[in-house]
Design a protein around this ligand. Structure first.
Ligand code: CU
Length: 471
């Protein structure tokens, strides 16, 4: 299909423009839809042609390739049933795009003309809404309001100019309750033409979506009528320990873009560093409006861009701070048995229910090894993930920011667990104290600020205070 540049501009400027089915002739010229069958994090997709930008990395996801056609970037999304490994040992049957849920990330540059083909291979109708974009009303993708639904087997075309740089999402606006509960969503990043004070250049730019599923242990298809009681809280349809780490070289500037397409808010908490919200779904925040924080709450339907300087080496937790959201299926609605000696009860119940197991008499941390609780096949452990010191006892919306001084720039491979310098980890008290443990950087600061009498008289100002995003 060839494109008349002038015609494209005229049509996108027109108020009557609407998404339409393509003709048979045009279908023959559809871009080949790329597909992805792995839940591994794909390397960033460096743009094959200018303008250059630092591409994002989609956690446990990938970026959709495009083709240029007469100055227009053409993408082909295919809505279809997919199989998603949500964590090792647990696979869900979802709906998504191009082989995965979420669908691939779309990356363009401010001012790009884009054409998106959306093919429906689902058993029911769908549409595509480009969440947060400025676009002609008829391209907004709302079934019944701005376009007829895309029937199974049909392909629709959306055309608009990516007018605003920022962080966006895409999702159906047709039978939304079912289609989003089944995993239909994706990320969209529009890079600015130039970086500067409002949108800084960063060394690493990670993106993920917050989503949630209700999958009965042992089953693989989500329940789609669940309103609040989800049992799997996921990033990009992955749950810990299945979520990839966010890797950075020490002193790099890192951006994390998050969109929330679940049914509740998620306070995303980073250990060891302060973040600033440098952008919302409405665009970049003015530098004077930014303040540091360690937890950024992200409401339903919102997108947030957080940035921080990866100054501290180590393995730093990044997670939702709702404790139930760092727990996988089977952790919810369990009666509180703390302090209850269940031995006698268990014997009596086992006489009636063979195989009955007591849960949580000393808290539920013991559950992380699953030794006392055999799960049905295809069930994610309630919590787990082994670290260098044992089980993390976490699940769901949890990952690790891995800051290393020797991580090569542009290398996103997992460097493994942090090797703590001697004397810098919490230790068991055995009656005497060695010299106080200090991380090397902190030790220098401590010496500079401590008078001989040992009373600390100055607080060290957080690094973030003087580092703002503008330079
Ligand atoms: Cu949460």
């Amino acid at each position: 299909m060839t494109t008349d540049r002038r015609g494209f501009l005229l049509r996108t400027a027109g108020a009557t423009l609407a998404a339409t089915t393509v003709s048979r002739a045009a279908l023959a010229g559809l871009p080949e839809p790329a597909s992805h069958d792995s839940a591994d994090t794909a390397p960033p997709l460096v743009p094959p042609t200018g303008p250059h930008y630092n591409p994002v990395v989609t956690l446990n996801g990938w970026t959709l390739p495009w083709r240029m056609n007469g100055g227009v970037k053409e993408f082909h999304l295919v809505a279809e049933p997919v199989v998603r490994e949500m964590a090792p040992g647990f696979t869900a049957r979802l709906w998504g795009y191009n082989g995965q849920s979420p669908g691939p990330t779309i990356e363009v540059v401010e001012g790009d003309k884009v054409r998106l083909f959306v093919t429906n291979r689902l058993p029911e109708r769908t549409s595509m809404h480009w969440h947060g974009q400025r676009l002609p009303n008829g391209m907004d993708g709302v079934t019944g309001l701005t376009q007829p639904a895309i029937a199974p087997g049909k392909t629709f075309v959306y055309e608009f100019v990516a007018r605003r740089a920022g962080t966006f999402m895409y999702h159906p606006h047709a039978d939304e309750m079912v289609q989003m509960a089944m995993g239909m969503m994706g990320f969209w990043v529009t890079h600015p033409k130039t970086t500067g004070q409002l949108v800084a250049a960063v060394d690493r730019d990670y993106v993920f979506l917050l989503n949630a599923y209700d999958v009965t242990p042992g089953a693989s298809v989500p329940k789609t009528s669940t309103m609040t009681d989800f049992n799997l809280w996921s990033w990009n349809s992955r749950i810990f320990p299945g979520i990839a780490p966010l890797v950075a070289r020490q002193h790099e500037r890192v951006r994390i873009r998050v969109g929330n397409l679940s049914m509740t808010n998620h306070p995303i908490h980073l250990h060891g560093h302060e973040m600033q919200v440098t952008g919302t779904d409405g665009g970049p925040t003015p530098p004077g409006s930014r303040w540091p924080e360690v937890t950024v709450d992200i409401a339903v339907g919102q997108m947030r861009q957080m940035e921080f300087l990866a100054e501290a080496e180590g393995d730093w937790s990044l997670h939702c701070h709702k404790a139930h959201h760092t727990m996988n299926a089977m952790g919810h609605d369990v009666p509180n048995m703390i302090g209850v000696d269940q031995r006698d009860v268990v014997d009596r119940i086992r006489a009636l229910v063979p195989g009955y197991m007591a849960m949580g008499g000393n808290g539920m941390g013991d559950m992380s090894d699953m030794a006392m609780m055999p799960a049905p096949p295809n069930t994610a452990p309630m919590m787990g993930g082994d670290g260098p010191y044992g089980s993390l006892e976490m699940g769901g919306m949890f990952s690790v920011v891995k800051v290393r001084r020797d991580q090569p720039a542009g290398d996103y491979r997992d460097p493994g667990w942090f090797r703590h310098p001697a004397g810098t980890t919490a230790f068991e008290w055995t009656g005497a104290l060695p010299d106080a443990a200090q991380a090397p950087a902190a030790a220098a600061s401590h010496a500079a600020h401590n008078p001989p009498n040992g009373i600390e008289v100055q607080a060290k100002k957080p690094d973030m205070g003087g580092m703002p995003m503008e330079h």
